[in-house]
Design a protein around this ligand. Structure first.
Ligand code: C2E
Ligand code: MG
Ligand code: MG
Ligand code: MG
Length: 292
């Protein structure tokens, strides 16, 4: 009888797996049509400089509202878009759309704003990616210094030998380069030194408990010091509370991004947020925050 019950359990598990596989197949099939149907759009999350209390720019984040499947999170569909190679097309669409938005904002008199765009490993691996980026910037008439490409540590490590050369092409172009989700991968300090990057984004995993967990606090302040000694700009992501903001300001973190400042917003709402932002919205004077 136990055996029968076990077998029934197994059958249910099997059915469930089958369903998951079939759902993945339909979603990745649907993904093929999203660009034509206009189901993708971008939202933008502002970044704040802690010394000047100014909005420095935004990060573009991809959203898919599928007619058939509802809202699908990027962490769910981007891996599928990578498996199918479709991320190349989607990634280029993201780049162009984000640059068009920034160009509009520049024309509204916000010429100092920059745009950060996430880049997938497949995009970086294609030989002509620097040319693709250069062409998009030129078509739109955006200065390369207004664009920052965000790469994760795993993307950089995937092809370590060629990465440094590849990245140099973007630096020559004048585009900034950030390491995203810093601290979650395995890049060594020696390796970091060899890469022509400009910015480190500390992963939100270290920020959430910053003011309660002495280890996260130690890691964060060490990364800030280390990054500055290498001449890099430091951004903390996932900042959700004023206490976290104060800790980061007192440890001389350059910029913050997160729900405390703003959720990711559609282009219209984000422009309104930036225009209505005044530095006095930041509690002054800036800290002498207590250590965790
Ligand atoms: P990411 O680049 O590290 O982006 C930051 C993520 O943290 C975003 O999730 C953002 O909505 C979320 N976030 C922002 N502030 C907070 C906060 O205060 N608390 C918490 N808990 N979360 C916060 P999202 O939009 O779901 O994107 C997830 C990931 O998907 C991104 O992580 C990025 O790796 C990837 N992604 C998003 N858009 C693109 C894209 O256009 N191309 C590629 N290749 N990847 C993308
Ligand atoms: Mg990012
Ligand atoms: Mg990140
Ligand atoms: Mg992250």
């Amino acid at each position: 009888q136990a055996k029968a019950a076990g077998r029934r359990t197994f059958m249910r598990y099997d059915d469930a797996m089958d369903l998951v596989v079939r759902q993945r197949a339909t979603i990745s099939g649907a993904l093929r049509k999203v660009l034509d149907r206009g189901e993708l759009h971008l939202v933008y999350q502002p970044r704040l400089a802690l010394d000047s209390s100014r909005i420095t720019g935004v990060e573009a984040l991809l959203r898919w509202s599928s007619d058939e499947h509802g809202e699908i999170a990027p962490t769910d569909f981007i891996p599928m878009a990578e498996e199918s190679g479709l991320i190349l097309e989607i990634g280029e669409w993201v780049l162009r759309e984000a640059c068009l938005t920034l160009h509009r904002w520049h024309q509204h008199g916000l010429g100092q704003l920059s745009m950060a765009v996430n880049v997938s490993v497949l995009q970086l691996l294609r030989g002509d990616f620097p040319e693709v980026v250069a062409r998009v910037l030129q078509d739109i008439g955006l200065p390369p210094s207004a664009l920052e490409l965000e790469l994760t540590e795993s993307v950089l490590m995937a092809n370590a030998e060629h990465t440094a050369v590849k990245l140099q092409a973007f630096r020559t172009l004048g585009v900034s380069l950030a390491i995203d989700d810093f601290g979650t991968g395995y890049s060594s300090l020696a390796y970091l030194k060899r890469l022509p990057i400009t910015t480190i984004k500390i992963d939100k995993a270290f920020i959430g408990d910053l003011t309660h967990d002495p280890e996260d606090a130690a890691i964060t302040s060490t990364v800030i010091t280390m990054a500055h000694s290498l001449g890099l700009n430091v951004v903390a992501e996932g900042v959700e509370t004023e206490a976290q903001m104060r800790f980061l300001a007192s440890h001389r973190c350059d910029e913050i991004q997160g729900f405390w400042l703003s959720q990711p917003l559609d282009a219209h709402a984000c422009l309104a947020f930036i225009r209505h932002w005044t530095p006095d919205r930041l509690p002054a004077p800036l800290p002498a925050a207590p250590l965790a």
